[in-house]
Design a protein around this ligand. Structure first.
Ligand code: GDP
Ligand code: K
Ligand code: MG
Length: 270
């Protein structure tokens, strides 16, 4: 069976459903996610029935606080998606990137569909350098308008590519990276290799939903807790907040490098 499953992931209102409809046409299956009344839609890509598309619930984060987040992350962790199409609202790039970074931590190949480009152009006060965005994130970026069905052939080309380039993970502050690497050493034997970073970060965040799924020795648990405690002392902050700040630092660098606002010019002439 040569079929691949492509999961649409993104913030609420980033245009997932509009894009899903544009890609699948009337070829859709609608149901519910098990145990919850959240609608589940899947369908086949119109131009290539080997590509099965799954629309996932809109989320801002892969934390375990809402049904939408839990459905999405379980789906991603249980290896049901071969690739991700990260639907990003270009007019809200900064906020949307917060989820993108977390999606990249799952190790699943990802293409970014930078949506709402028609609105960004109409607003006319911001330019996004797509080449630099691709470079700094290390993922393919295709600018689209799902509503106006613009750049759909370019997107489909990228989705059909036999291989999506491997990306390196977003690299955070060195002191956090060394904690992640020490935790990784403790759990290397008990988690899938490509999800090592995901599990290490989640353990660092003290995500109990995740730690509950792993069987660790008391010694491993002690080592991990010691790593977290030491790092919290270094930062004088709690671990989940250290990770949040590290992600925002990374996003600030991306925005600095890739985005030019009309205001930036006005400032420099005043
Ligand atoms: P979802 O919550 O991610 O499924 O987002 P929807 O597909 O429901 O879209 C949210 C709103 O954004 C709707 O009003 C869409 O018509 C609109 N929308 C989606 N894609 C685009 C786009 O490319 N351009 C513009 N201007 N609006 C869009
Ligand atoms: K919506
Ligand atoms: Mg939707």
């Amino acid at each position: 069976d040569m079929s691949t499953t492509l999961a649409l992931v993104g913030n609420p209102n980033s245009g997932k459903t509009t894009l899903f409809n544009a890609l699948t046409g009337s070829n859709q299956h609608i149901g519910n996610w098990p145990g919850v009344t959240i609608e589940r839609k899947s369908g086949k890509l119109k131009q290539d029935h080997q590509i099965e598309i799954q629309d996932l619930p809109g989320i801002y984060s892969l934390s375990p606080y809402s049904s939408e987040e839990i459905i999405t992350r379980n789906y991603l962790l249980n290896d049901q998606a071969d690739r991700l199409l990260d639907v990003v609202d270009a007019t809200n790039l900064e906020r949307n990137l917060y989820l993108t970074l977390q999606l990249m931590e799952t190790g699943i190949p990802l293409v970014m569909g930078l949506n709402m480009m028609d609105r960004l152009q109409k607003e006319g006060n911001r330019k996004i350098n797509l080449k630099k965005l691709e470079y700094i994130l290390g993922v393919p970026v295709v600018s689209i308008s799902a509503l106006k069905k613009q750049h759909m052939p370019q997107l489909i080309n990228q989705l059909e590519a036999t291989k999506i380039p491997e990306y390196s993970y977003p690299e955070y502050d060195g002191r956090l990276e060394s904690a992640i690497s020490m935790i990784s050493d403790q759990i290397r034997e008990v988690v899938p290799a490509k999800q090592l970073r995901w599990y290490a970060i989640k353990l660092f965040e003290r995500d109990e939903e995740i730690s509950g799924t792993l069987t660790l020795t008391p010694e491993q648990e002690r080592e991990i807790e010691a790593t977290i405690n030491t790092t919290e002392k270094i930062y004088d902050d709690v671990s989940d907040s250290i990770v949040v700040n590290a992600r925002y630092d990374f996003i600030a660098r991306v925005m600095n490098m890739c985005v030019i606002d009309a205001d930036d010019f006005r400032m420099s002439w005043s």
